[in-house]
Design a protein around this ligand. Sequence first.
Ligand code: KE4
Length: 424
Amino acid sequence: MRYQRSSALFDKAKRYIPGGVNSPVRAFNSVGGVPVFMKSAKGALLTDEDGNTYIDYINSWGPAILGHTHGSVLEAVQKQAEKGFSFGTPTELETEIAQLIISRVASIDSIRMVSSGTEACMSAIRLARGFTGREKIIKFEGCYHGHSDSFLISAGSGAATFGSPNSPGVTSGTAKDTFLARYNDTVQVEEIFRKSGEEIAAVILEPVAGNMGCVVPERGFMENLRALCTEYGTLLIFDEVMTGFRLAFGGAQEVLGVFADLVTYGKVIGGGLPVGAFAGRKEIMECLTPQGAVYQAGTLSGNPLAMRAGLATLQCILDDAAFYDRLERTTVTLKTEIGKIFQEKGISHVINQRGSMMSIFFDTNRVSNFDEASGANHALFNRFFHAMLNQGVYLPPSGYETWFISHAIGKNEIEKTLDAVRSF
Ligand code: KE4
């Protein structure tokens, strides 16, 4: 049986770990079926515990942008490990990666490392509140910034627009400080600013969204957000945990030509080891302890192994001038060719794509916000997911996730993927 060992391992995992997983999306609750337990990965391929191999379109949800266990990254981490794993002291490595990132991202001149995207976004919000002395924030439906309380908020009742908790354990006190708006809806954001602009510390969003499936900003949306934040003295925070160093080396800021006051990173800058970061201009970042009063800390922040993996990953990208062009070309080829197959078969769909992020939505011709993403045919996506999985193509196990294309996806992988789509 194709998933025999995964199935047994899942039963065993559920005895010791909530839901059998350490992160919910891995449990396949959205797509149904038994989650596949992976044993190893190399380049574009994953190998599961039953020996099945898969072309990987998750790449650990973004970090493996070079493909898995890329030679120079693997070697760099092995060498670093021999010197010790973590000291809890400053190391030169942290300055090296900070300097590299700052030298290539126009809008930042100071960066703080943490160990996850959640920590990065949570800390950025606290810093924005500390810097502005204000308490409210605006986030957008369908955007995910990790699991800290201020973000686990769903749309409040009607016009109120302030949020209500969407997870037990989040207090109403927390929820009242988060306004929710629709992605790509400038009018609604203007409305919130008109009513409460002076109280708003920050607007946070994914500049190209990946957590409602891939949703791209419409013309003018980001520019208007930038102008509104400037007008009201609110900090604009780009959550680039997914888009950072993926859409371009300068991330969405470079691609959109819009610059945020704070930017969060993760995933790629750790090359697959635990990492997150938040960055901005000195005037804001200097409010952070120990220089300023806004408290933030972390035992493994900037640890040598993650820093070395991140540095080696970024260096590989910088050494290849055509890196992002090739990544985008691969993604556009997949989008175009898959689109042609669905067109021929009369399957209604839309494929949203920006850089090396893309998502397929069935039975719709437009997805520009969370409501429209929700309106797509997710039952059909789930069938598509399993048809592809059974043919050795591993897609993100939810219609609300983006694909992450890695540099290791080449002609053969594209052909195999298209064959699997055709037979679906
Ligand atoms: P982490 O705490 O999971 O490292 O990062 C949170 C986060 C913040 N911001 C954005 C834009 C993100 O995409 C994420 C995490 N992304 C999910 C994928 N939808 C990680 C996968 C998971 O939750 O297991």
